[in-house]
Design a protein around this ligand. Structure first.
Ligand code: ACM
Length: 634
């Protein structure tokens, strides 16, 4: 009898285990265009054979797949182009499948193995990324993982991107990132099917690209006084303080990154930000400024130097603009663009154009004279004059120009492309007048903004929560879709001192933007995305990539009613229980559960907040002083 019961228990247990396996949620980010899940899994055999075309573009894809699977699984993985029944078959279509385009793929996994079909190597590469996401999260480890069942659910996936430009911008000027760190950034982009790396190479805080004909740009412009704390509030650098923070990329290093990105089907767009944001260039070559005394300027080290109190454009305390009325500036730009054009194969060069202050140009006799001579009525028209001359230089090197949306204000040529960052308005307008546009509105995709509360994140101007990034639509209503190239997330690095923090700021918002750029709009689903994000957190744990858990922290808002203050806590995701204290102790799930706005007790000085999912603590302990809470009151 005992034996029978034991057998019965075993049958029930194994059935429920199989049941669980079949119900396992598949977590692919970005969500594929179509996916049909079948019953059952395919378990990787001890020897994994991969049949694949061998050509220049596929060599990297093949090596990538072999390394990825063998490292964590410890299996014997080999490419065998002639293998008849290979475990994984990568196939370039003989007859083009017009539905999936150049980047799409069809992935089929059965009880016998996995086949990926695509028209182009890029499609096979994206199919491979999906295949990796179908494997357990341990696949992301760079160490052998024991006791894992390396199973792949049986699925039929057909997939292709919504937009062609799926970008991420990294600012390497405010803080410098090494070649290896840039590669690490690119490695993570690849997993989520990004294909554009916008490299913000110059700004007030550092010139980061070697220009052989202008050596002072990197001898002087790449270095500044090192300051640590809240960037933008620092004391003025003193003459005796060493300028030893910075760095730049040599020709060889730039080419190395371009090649590295290219193997991963990522294009690299350089940005040389002019005429504003040019203090590092002016500190190197003061004659580029219209303002007397520029020879005393230093590369900006984070001291206050722009007054934003009147809104944009800022009032500059130091003139960080190139002089639009000085022919030497155009000779300088010709040299810079010549070398940049040779280093980067991508068709566009981004020449910034954002946030150029007006106040120094307004009082410059040289600029006044230029305005008279050229019949320019306004400062935006002066910037437009400058932009048009820069575009001629860019075109003379066989490239196209892109700029931030300010450049449209004084008028642009029909061939200039626009990156819409001050919301979507300028992008919509530009697309309707036949300009190519990349959408990167700050209110959806500025991943330098805080993702959580300012009690947990370094202070930046504003907060951009994950759910807001998830609402990003690169082709908004009113835009001409024929002129929308795509969209991108931007990572400015004033408050980002190292690559770990860069990762923390990028993920998981990088998931949200990836899904907005790749997946059909109707396939997006916030609750499912959150569930997938949790699975991908596990993947990031295995790959040792830092990410923000801010989605588990509630949104804090405070209301004043007479003399009393009330704190409202709004969870960003479902199924969160919130616990708080005002008695300075750290709350846990035995404290009373938050159910309604809480009145701040008269003599309390500190509020602590934590969240749980069931019995599991998921949020961070947030500690906010009552003084701070009262300042937030509306
Ligand atoms: C920008 O964020 N200033 C383009």
């Amino acid at each position: 009898m005992r034996k029978i019961i034991l057998w019965l228990a075993l049958i029930v247990l194994s059935a429920s285990m199989f049941g669980q396996q079949n119900e396992k949620t598949i977590s692919i980010i970005p969500e594929p265009v179509s996916m049909v899940q079948k019953n059952g899994d395919f378990v990787l055999p001890d020897v994994v054979t991969i049949s694949s075309p061998s050509n220049k573009e596929m060599n990297f894809v093949n090596d990538f797949l072999v390394k990825k699977i063998s490292t964590a699984t410890g299996k014997d993985v080999k490419i065998d182009s002639k293998a008849k029944n290979a475990t994984i078959q990568l196939v370039l279509n003989k007859r083009v499948n017009s539905q999936i385009g150049d980047e799409g793929y069809v992935l089929t996994s059965t009880s016998n193995g996995v086949t990926i079909n695509a028209n182009k190597p890029a499609g096979l590469f994206y199919g491979v990324q999906t295949l990796i996401q179908l494997l357990p999260p341990q696949i992301e480890s760079d160490k052998l993982q024991k006791d894992v069942v390396w199973s792949i659910p049986q699925v039929e996936i057909m997939d292709y991107p919504r937009v062609g430009w799926r970008g991420m911008m990294l600012d390497v000027s405010r803080h410098f990132f090494t070649v290896d760190e840039v590669k690490q950034f690119i490695d993570n982009m690849v997993k989520y099917k990004y294909n554009m790396f916008h490299w913000h190479l110059t700004d007030d805080e550092g010139w980061r690209i070697e220009i052989k004909s202008l050596p002072k740009l990197t001898e002087v412009g790449a270095w500044r006084v090192e300051k640590i704390g809240n960037f933008g509030t620092f004391s003025d650098p003193l003459p005796e303080e060493p300028k030893n923070y910075g760095g730049y990329y040599t020709y060889e290093q730039i080419s190395e990154i371009v090649k590295y990105a290219g193997e991963r089907f990522i294009q690299v767009m350089p940005e040389i930000d002019v005429p504003g944001h040019s203090l590092a260039a002016i500190a190197s070559y003061p004659e580029l400024s219209c303002t007397p005394g520029a020879e005393n300027y230093n590369v900006h080290a984070g001291e206050p130097f722009m007054d934003w109190s009147q809104g944009a454009p800022p009032i500059a305390m130091v003139d960080n603009t190139l002089c639009p009325a000085n022919e030497k500036v155009y000779e300088f730009m010709d040299k810079v663009i010549s070398e940049v054009a040779q280093l980067f194969p991508f068709e566009y060069i981004h020449t910034g154009g954002d946030e150029a202050p007006h106040n120094f140009w307004q009082k410059s006799p040289q600029v006044q004279e230029l305005m008279k001579k050229e019949g320019l009525k306004t400062i935006p028209q002066v910037q437009s004059y400058f932009g048009k001359r820069i575009e001629k230089i860019i075109q003379s090197k066989g490239k196209k120009m892109m700029g931030w949306d300010e450049i449209i204000e004084g008028g642009i040529t029909p061939t200039t492309a626009l990156m819409s960052w001050r919301g979507i308005k300028y992008g919509i307008e530009a697309s309707k007048s036949g300009h190519y546009v990349v959408m990167s509105p700050s209110n959806y995709v500025y991943i330098d903004l805080m993702q959580g509360d300012k009690s947990t994140d370094p202070l930046v101007y504003n907060t951009l929560r994950l759910n807001q990034s998830y609402k990003f639509d690169p082709i908004p209503e009113g835009a001409d879709p024929n002129y929308i190239l795509g969209g991108q997330a931007n990572l400015w690095t004033e408050q980002i001192y190292n690559i770990r923090q860069a990762e923390y700021m990028t993920w998981p918002r990088g998931f949200a933007v990836a899904e907005s750029l790749w997946s059909p709009k109707e396939k997006k689903n916030w609750n499912h995305f959150v569930e997938k994000t949790e699975n991908h957190f596990e993947r990031l744990n295995y790959s040792q990539t830092k990410y923000s858990p801010a989605m588990y922290d509630p949104i804090v808002s405070v209301k004043k009613d007479g003399e009393k203050y009330y704190v409202t806590l709004t969870p960003e995701i479902e199924e969160l229980d919130i616990y708080t204290s005002f008695d300075n102790s750290t709350p846990d799930n035995f404290y009373p559960k938050y159910t309604k706005a809480q009145m701040i007790p008269k003599d309390a000085s500190l509020m602590r907040i934590v969240t749980y999912k069931g019995n599991k603590k998921v949020g961070r302990v947030m500690s906010i002083t009552v003084e701070d809470l009262k300042k937030r009151a509306k």
